[in-house]
Design a protein around this ligand. Structure first.
Ligand code: SF4
Ligand code: SF4
Length: 229
């Protein structure tokens, strides 16, 4: 999932201070799982803003809504009419969601309430860790299912840097050395010979931004023309 965390209340307050009405818009997918921007967090932030405005003697109309995904037009469409009744939207989605909502509501202002962090997993309740940098050319099969690009502080693909101590990374002794993890995993899989393989420098041409992905099987007439088919 894409992980994100809420900006500080002071930052949020500063970014919306000019508006007299505001829709706090949550997203029910990734940011809901990492407890940053789902329905519950929308309720909490909206309440905090209402209390603060009351204490400051400001009369600001704060609305709340959460849609299933802010990165998908079909879920944003039904909320457009409601959103336009406000001066601005305070989006609690990841950066992709904020941008699509802003595009569909333009020129209305859409303000981000979260900082988008990384693609990761839930390690334990309340702890999320990065696992993938979306490199576009997945090499997990060669490394026992452990990503050297993400898990190694130096993204080394041909063995460790030599700085690891006690199984920990030299960049941070709180983090496991990715290459110790890879070694142990390959050993358990009886595939240690993989450690001695030389891998070519990783092809980062897939990292050109902004990236695009097209699934031809789903292209419709008209969309095909748009993509030059
Ligand atoms: S190699 Fe690593 S960064 Fe690339 S797609 Fe696979 S898990 Fe993600
Ligand atoms: S100690 Fe291990 S994880 Fe850290 S940079 Fe070196 S090889 Fe990568």
């Amino acid at each position: 999932m894409i992980t994100a965390e809420r900006k500080s209340f002071d930052q949020i307050k500063e970014s919306i201070k000019e508006f007299e009405s505001l829709l706090v818009l949550g997203c029910g997918t990734c940011v809901s799982v990492c407890m940053a921007g789902g329905e519950k967090e929308v309720g909490l932030l909206a309440s905090e803003l209402r209390i603060k405005n009351r204490l400051d003697g400001r009369d600001v109309r704060i609305g709340e809504a959460t849609i299933q995904r802010q990165c998908d037009q079909e879920f944003i469409g039904p909320i457009l009419e409601t959103a336009r009744k406000y001066d601005a939207v305070l989006s609690m989605a990841c950066g992709a969601g904020v941008q699509l909502v802003a595009e569909m509501l333009a020129p209305m202002r859409v303000i981000p309430a979260l900082n988008t962090r990384f693609i990761g997993i839930t390690q334990e309740e309340g702890v999320w860790v990065e696992r993938c940098r979306a490199c576009g050319n997945c090499v997990l099969a060669d490394y026992g299912g452990i990503c050297p690009i993400t898990m190694c502080a130096k993204s080394l693909v041909n063995g460790p840097c030599g700085g690891s101590k006690g199984g920990k990374c030299e960049a941070s002794n709180e983090k496991d050395c990715a290459w110790v993890l890879i070694y142990n995993r390959l050993k358990k899989q009886n595939r240690l010979e993989n450690i001695f393989k030389m891998f070519m420098p990783k092809d980062y041409s897939t990292q050109a931004h902004p990236a695009q992905m097209v699934n031809e099987a789903y292209l419709k007439v008209g969309v095909e023309e748009k993509h030059g088919k």
